[in-house]
Ligand binder design. Sequence first.
Ligand code: LIP
Length: 262
Amino acid sequence: MTTASANLNIMIKAARLAARGLMRDFGEVENLQVTSKSAGDFVSRADIKAEQIIRDTLTEARPTYGWLGEESEEVKGEDPTRRWIVDPLDGTTNFLHGMPHWAISIALEHKKQIVAAVIFDPVKDEMFTSEKGAGAWMNDRRLRVTNRRDMIEMVFATGIPFAGSPALPAHLKQTARVAPQCAGIRRWGAAALDLAYVAAGRYDGYWEMGLNPWDIAAGILLVKEAGGMVEPIAEGSDLMGRNGCIAANADAFAKFASTVRG
Ligand code: LIP
């Protein structure tokens, strides 16, 4: 990995500090009856605790930056050009059900561009990092998206809207278009890791409707710095405006995106 900036080092420190508590809580979840409300409340507390640790660490180092986190109110910073965008526990449902596939996602935005990203999967000890213009990395390995061109050879990831979501019918139509033209579709339940896996060449592409800025902010930079493309599902809309996202290697993007969009 090239020499990390002071900001990226602070982000990595915050992710590792939050991960300690989450790993302890994750061990506890496996002892709870995951169907009981107490487990859901327990995970919510773990989520909020992790966000507070990240926020305290980042704010102590950069007190003038703004804040946008999944579990707290947005705060405008004295520096109006910079803000942290944080999902302290992406893959909450996996965590609640004891599935070891979740991550901490931290992004730094400067003048509406993501300039630094950290996605940390503590269970697998995989630290995905990126800074604008300095590539994408997983631990010390440089990341590149795949170079497959034919969709029929590709494996995609997606997120399926929850029961009762108005987006579910549209997503099922998207899947009906993609499935017959590819080698497989995966749904692992953590958008940040889905994007990190596209950057790492583990998936050839990913799409999901809706999504909050904190789910995708860090992953967007990783994919772009690994040579991929990311756009909203609704062409021309704001990628950070809950308009979904489509990510893939540059050669495959046009065909994949048109298949998803219909
Ligand atoms: C989750 C995403 C996932 C999506 C879920 C949820 P959370 O984020 O990572 O891809 O399908 O609906 O948004 O809530 O675990 O931070």
